[in-house]
Design a protein around this ligand. Structure first.
Ligand code: APR
Length: 176
């Protein structure tokens, strides 16, 4: 865990984050949906969908970047989390890959502040405790490889209960 990055868990609306990038929990079409995907597209306006149409979709575990348009964030990094199927279908590896791919894309574009939702824990049904542990470990591993790569990383949860779960998971890796 590199000391010079601020890594916080907050409760709030991801669409209001004025970071260099917010991460969208998208589906493989990248053509919008419900949950945080729907909220991001509503807040960004129709030009976001227009740009997403040019990307040709995104496989689970990978990430694509667009502008943020009417969002406070400059960019949206769209990633596709795994649908929870009981844990025996590589869900943990694919979820970790969402965080690693999103952070790597941010690094490639020189973005230093980034905010994540609780990827896959809504419509995709990933149990929150398990998802939080995977997310915290993946981010921590990337930070060990890229010390100084980021100024701020936020996990933005939509409710206090989720924020407590993600805060515990982050604390666990920070103290390890
Ligand atoms: N800000 C922060 N978090 C939010 C917001 C928001 N505005 N809206 C929802 N969330 C939270 C949910 O409470 C959940 O904890 O984001 C987390 C992820 O939930 P979903 O948005 O349902 O995403 P996911 O579970 O990854 O499912 C993706 O849902 O919206 C569709 O197109 C999307 O098919 C894809 C699927």
């Amino acid at each position: 865990m590199s000391a010079d990055v601020r890594w916080d868990v907050v409760t709030g609306d991801l669409t209001r984050c004025a970071t260099d990038a917010i991460v969208n929990a998208a589906n493989s079409s990248l053509l919008g949906g419900g949950g945080v995907d729907g909220a991001i597209h509503r807040a960004a306006g129709p030009r976001l969908l227009a740009e997403c149409r040019t990307l040709g979709g995104c496989p689970t575990g990978e990430a694509r970047i667009t502008a943020g348009y009417q969002l406070a964030a400059r960019h949206v990094i769209h990633t596709v989390g795994p649908v929870w199927q009981g844990g025996g279908n590589g869900e943990a590896r694919l979820l970790a890959s969402c965080y690693t791919a999103s952070l790597t894309l941010a690094l490639d574009h020189g973005l230093r502040t980034i905010a994540f939702p609780a990827i896959s824990t809504g419509i995709y049904g990933y149990p929150k405790q398990a998802a939080a542990a995977v997310a915290a470990d993946a981010v921590n591993q990337l930070l060990l490889e890229e010390p100084g790569g980021f100024d701020d990383i936020f996990f933005v949860c939509f409710d206090e209960a989720s924020a407590a779960i993600y805060a515990d998971a982050v604390q666990a890796v920070r103290s390890s």
